[in-house]
Design a protein around this ligand. Structure first.
Ligand SMILES: Nc1ncnc2c1ncn2[C@@H]1O[C@H](COP(=O)(O)OP(=O)(O)O)[C@@H](O)[C@H]1O
Ligand SMILES: [Mg+2]
Length: 384
């Protein structure tokens, strides 16, 4: 079934498009210097979002990725109109929506807590909005979407009998089926088991591409963000740390937080001291030396060095000389946990498949200069 065929173009034969009469064109979403200060009953206030800027293109799928409490849900709720905005502007297309009530914003929300009508079963809940707008083929659309989200068996159930994971899928379906120009999803797959999560994640991305909703997905799961998103905004403490493509975040992290949050297995982070010899910058780590691409840090500067396990190169003459503590053979590659004299942190080195290492083996490793990241030891800012 072609989905486009179910969308009434100028339903009722009128030339003027009716609001909510089926699919609307995807819209740009602009967030300008948006802040949220929570006031808790006359006591201290709390700034949950501290001046956020984002330009999201029409039809783009972006993720807000960050640890619990960093302000992701608050941001979505402000866009949806469920939370007031302390200052700043939110625009959909050219239209400032700050002062519009939620129902007038043309934003679809897939929050788990979002109310379903208790007397209606899931099928009726999903079809309700379509039927109200006299969308042709509502039943078929519901069946199709339910099949794709693996929730056909839920269609005849009442909301009260659903588990949290099932409610989550119904909330997701309900948001998707409205085909809003802007779609906001808060941890949409959090309650699913691992294999269902992967499949539904792929389906979600396919549906997003088919329908073209401008979409924000909130998640604390980096794999989910990496696999779904055109771009990811990594948040911490109410501040966007970096907004970029998955590759940009991985290859060119703006600071230590982003480097540490993105990548599995996680990046090695350990202290070093910059040595400058004319124009040439090296980093002293324990008794050894690494060569970074950075050219600006001054001699003697204390830094945190970042080296990702898959960027490590073994079988080299110079680099960090350590001793293998533990080796894990993961078939496609191995992970050696290495102790380097003078470095408190244990470092993880990815080794090629077919190589076996044992505890006590000596291992010397390094990384290409552009993969030896330096961060300010105080602020965590990237040094270039
Ligand atoms: N209604 C509220 N009143 C006061 N503080 C709140 C309120 N809602 C959220 N917060 C606080 O704001 C911060 C961000 O919360 P939230 O946006 O829910 O984070 P996330 O979704 O990233 O886990 C947290 O420290 C949280 O405790
Ligand atoms: Mg949240």
């Amino acid at each position: 079934m072609s989905t486009a065929a179910t969308i009434p173009a100028g339903a009722g034969g009128h030339a003027t498009p009716r609001r909510g009469a089926g699919r609307t064109e995807p819209q740009a979403l602009t967030i300008r210097n948006v802040r949220k200060v929570y006031a808790s009953r006359g006591r201290e206030t709390f700034e949950a979002v501290k001046g956020m800027d984002m330009n999201i293109r029409p039809g783009e799928l972006i993720s807000l990725l960050g640890p619990s409490g960093c302000g992701k849900t608050t941001t979505l709720r402000m866009i949806a109109g469920l939370e007031t905005i302390t200052s700043g502007d939110i625009l959909i297309g050219d239209r400032r929506i700050n002062d519009l009530p939620p129902g007038k914003r043309n934003v679809g929300v897939g929050f788990e807590s979002y109310a379903l009508y208790p007397p209606l079963n899931v099928r009726e809940n999903l079809a309700y909005g379509l039927k109200a707008r006299k969308v042709a083929g509502a039943e078929a659309q519901v069946d199709d979407l339910a099949r794709r989200l693996e929730m056909t068996e839920l269609l005849d159930l009442r909301p009260a009998s659903l588990s949290s994971g099932q409610k989550q899928r119904v909330a997701l379906a309900r948001a998707l089926i409205r085909q809003p120009p802007v779609l906001l999803l808060d941890e949409p797959l959090g309650h699913l088991d691992a294999s269902a999560r992967q499949r539904v994640r792929r389906e979600l991305k396919l549906l997003q591409r088919e329908f073209g909703y401008t979409t924000i997905v909130v998640t604390h799961d980096q794999l989910e963000a990496l696999s779904l998103s055109d771009r990811i905004a990594v948040m911490n403490g109410g501040i966007i740390q970096q907004f970029g493509t998955p590759d940009e975040l991985f290859d060119d992290p703006a600071n230590q937080f982003v480097a540490d949050f993105v990548g599995e297995p996680g990046i090695n982070l350990f202290p070093g001291v910059v040595r400058r010899d004319g124009g040439r910058v090296t980093v002293r780590v324990g008794d050894d030396t690494l060569v970074p691409a950075a050219s600006t840090p001054a001699d003697g500067r204390k830094v945190v060095v970042g080296m990702r396990p898959p960027d490590c190169v073994t079988g080299v003459e110079r680099g960090l000389r350590g001793e293998v503590a533990v080796f894990e053979d993961l078939l496609e590659y191995g992970l050696a946990t290495v102790v380097v004299p003078g470095v408190d942190e244990r470092l993880v080195v990815q080794t090629p498949s077919g190589q076996a290492w044992s505890g006590g083996d000596a291992l010397t490793f390094t990384a290409p200069p552009e993969r030896v990241y330096l961060f300010d030891a105080e602020t965590g800012d990237r040094l270039r």
